[in-house]
Write a protein of this length. Structure first.
Length: 364
């Protein structure tokens, strides 16, 4: 089969629709997480926590953090695993991974050496769970050694390992602190059991659904992988070298008229998370500059990508000053020429962001 041939505009619209960033807004947290497949968790609150910002940009002004908490802790339609919120419908795709042996021999040996510690945690959770990390005593027989931040953090390390093995799960959070419980009390029973190869195939297909268009193998993308393997169908994009994979459902939707909107995105948003993809499809350059010295920043500490229709048109340099009760806007960077409609839309969206944050808008 010959690859599909797409204009860059069609490729962009595939990506925008797949990420629920067109004019048709979803209505439920669970719906957003199911369509996106993952929602990044990050506590950086220069504007808002990543997960809240991503959900607000899809759901709009009616979104509040309690709705996410309800989906995780009460409805059990969303679960947290490996630094991401994920739809519970996808749990079997990750349970296949949980059934695999730990990757590193040193980790397996540490777990064997701390079998008593492991049993202590499981017994305490069975009797008292769910528990916060700080509620669980360290009874390790051998400390975890690391040159990084996990050195001697025995409780945290054991909890992470037991979650990876599917023995325990994150039941929710108190503020930023995770609460842990036995997996059988968090995950629903009776889910299908998939072998690893089938689970990986389905994860690739789900990932492509959420992206609309992607390379088979991504490069230099941190955190959650964005590879899609052989999912979907081949495509070429006008003016962009190489072969892409496209979601056939999204491809068919290109026949429908496209209606876009304005959105101020989190730097961790999946539309821009793969910086090479954003450059190729949107001609959009972006680097998160919070780790750079102030004098070397081009766009600001935590600049927000600005989406207008099917184009990424600039960056918003702003910070939420919660002590002062202000959303401070330092600069609005225009990557392309803006017409009057774009100026008005950006201004309105900045006001909407301030209102959602419960802050007054101040501009320098």
């Amino acid at each position: 089969m010959e690859p599909h041939r797409l204009s860059r505009q069609d490729a962009r619209r595939l990506a925008v629709r797949a990420q629920l960033l067109d004019a048709v807004r979803p209505s439920l947290v669970a719906e957003v997480v199911e369509e996106l497949t993952v929602v990044n968790i990050d506590p950086t609150n220069a504007i808002a926590a990543s997960e809240d910002h991503i959900l607000w940009s899809r759901l709009g002004a009616g979104y509040e953090h309690g709705l996410l908490q309800q989906a995780v802790e009460d409805d059990r339609t969303v679960f947290e695993y490996d630094g991401m919120y994920r739809p519970m419908l996808d749990l079997p795709l990750y349970q296949a991974l949980m059934r695999q042996p730990l990757r590193y021999a040193d980790t397996r040996q540490w777990l064997d050496d701390n079998d008593g510690f492991r049993r202590d945690i499981l017994a305490r959770l069975r009797d008292e769970g769910p528990l916060r990390t700080g509620d669980i005593p360290d009874t390790a027989q051998r400390s975890w050694g690391s040159t990084g931040w996990t050195n001697n953090r025995n409780v945290t390390q054991m909890l992470e390992i037991l979650t990876r093995l599917g023995e325990i799960a994150i039941a929710g959070r108190t503020g930023w602190e995770r609460r842990w419980d036995l997996a059988e009390r968090v995950y629903p029973p009776g889910l299908p059991e998939l072998d690893l190869a089938e689970a990986e195939r389905q994860r690739d297909a789900r990932r492509l659904q959420s992206l609309g268009i992607a390379r088979s193998h991504q490069t230099a993308v941190p955190l959650e992988p964005m590879d899609v393997g052989e999912a979907g169908e081949q495509a070429v994009v006008e003016g962009v070298p190489g072969i892409w994979r496209v979601d056939p459902v999204g491809l068919a939707d290109l026949a429908r008229p496209f209606a876009g909107r304005m959105a101020l995105l989190s730097p961790f948003d999946r539309l821009v998370f793969d910086r090479a993809r954003a450059q190729a499809l949107f001609d959009y350059e972006y680097i998160l500059e919070m780790y750079k010295p102030a004098a070397k920043r081009r766009w600001g500490y935590f600049a927000l990508p600005i989406l207008h229709g099917d184009r990424l048109i600039g960056k918003l340099d702003a910070r939420a000053d919660r002590k002062a009760g202000l959303l401070r806007v330092f600069a609005v960077h225009r990557d392309v020429a803006w017409d009057d409609e774009a100026v008005e839309a950006v201004t309105t969206e900045i006001r909407s962001l301030a209102e959602w944050l419960g802050l007054e808008l101040e501009r320098d």
